[in-house]
Design a protein around this ligand. Structure first.
Ligand code: HSE
Length: 337
């Protein structure tokens, strides 16, 4: 079966995914029997292009890189129209993240399910604010809502918990889930000012469009909510997660941590306590001997506490064009399997 893919959002992640699919077309076919066409792309900046037999991916990438509208832009088709009318089997929701309303991504996911299409997304909005409802909606129609890229980009976290770790009870998850803040804390330890470190993180593309979401801990809070709901099968709301960011940490605090053989880390934590799940985001002074203390720069890490394996940790990228593009590919292949 040839998969028909529609992309909603053709920015960094959408283009990263398209590049990977283009480069790996033959490999995906011979190694996994995975064949595909990208039939539709809708982006707020470049417009909407649709061809039920498959678009020319190179031409789409060239237009976006040249910051030009798609030449075949269907002016009267917005993203919702494309989702509803296209012949895709799966919609990749890669539009911008809004952790307050989840829109327009939640509406995109709903439209896809209503018209019989799977959804794969790295967008934290729908995953953090409406995971339980959207998953139920998908399941009712025999569809999937796959969201690996929402936590630690393509580094396997959610699929690891749901796949290879199935059968283990995960009782806690503790992690560094935001690359921007870990990068800032690392640079401050090396003597850079908070402002310069944040500016550098923005230049390197780690930070959210509005970096307040990173430094105040809201991005990590979204990820912690997703972890709780996917891994512990609960229905925590984002406002149930206590949240403190790193904006109050001073160079003096960094020095004090050094003197005590510790290092500041923004820690996201989810724990089962009886039949309740408690979750938080807060900066902590972590002893240098702790495995998370050695995770530096924009790298992310998570440790799952399990009943059968003890602690299982994963360290890897938490953001980036190829890294998040890969998170979508991994879920597309999961759908294929
Ligand atoms: N702004 C996020 C981070 C990007 O710094 O981790 C990935 O979600």
């Amino acid at each position: 079966m040839k998969h028909r893919i529609a992309l909603v959002g053709f920015g960094t992640v959408g283009q990263g995914l398209a590049e990977i699919l283009l480069e790996k077309r033959e490999y995906l076919k011979t190694r996994y029997g995975y064949e595909f066409d990208i039939v539709g792309i809708s982006d707020i900046a470049w417009g909407t292009a649709y061809n039920p037999d498959g678009l020319d991916i190179t031409a789409m990438l060239n237009a976006a890189k040249a910051k030009q509208k798609f030449s075949q832009d269907l002016k009267d088709w917005d993203a919702l129209t494309m989702i509803r009318k296209c012949n895709a089997t799966v919609v990749c929701e890669l539009a911008f993240t809004d952790l307050e309303t989840g829109e327009p991504a939640i509406s995109h996911c709903k439209a896809a399910f209503e018209t019989g299409k799977h959804v794969v997304t790295s967008n934290k909005g729908p995953a953090a604010l409406a995971y339980t409802d959207l998953k139920a909606m998908a399941e009712k129609k025999g569809l999937r809502f796959l969201i690996e890229g929402t936590v630690m980009s393509g580094t396997p976290v959610l699929n690891l918990a749901e796949g290879p770790l199935a059968g283990c009870e995960i009782t806690a998850a503790l992690g560094i889930l935001n690359g921007t803040t870990n990068y800032i804390l690392t640079q401050m330890e090396a003597g850079m000012s908070y402002e310069d470190a944040l500016k550098k993180a923005q230049e390197l593309g780690y930070a959210e469009a509005d970096p307040t979401g990173d430094v105040e801990g809201y991005d990590a809070r979204g990820k912690v909510t997703i972890l709780a709901n996917v891994v512990m099968n609960t229905s925590l709301r984002i406002e149930d997660v206590s949240c403190k960011g790193i904006t109050h940490i001073t160079p003096e605090d960094i020095e004090k941590a050094k003197e005590e053989n510790c290092r500041w880390k923004l820690i996201g934590s989810v724990k089962k306590e009886g039949d309740k799940v408690k979750a938080s985001v807060a900066p902590e002074m972590v002893p240098l001997s702790h495995p998370l203390a050695g995770v530096m720069g924009a790298t992310n890490a998570i440790t799952f506490a399990t009943d059968l394996l003890g602690e299982v940790s994963v360290v890897g990228p938490g953001a980036g064009r190829k890294e998040t593009g890969f998170s979508i590919l991994t879920d597309l292949l999961r759908l294929h399997r």
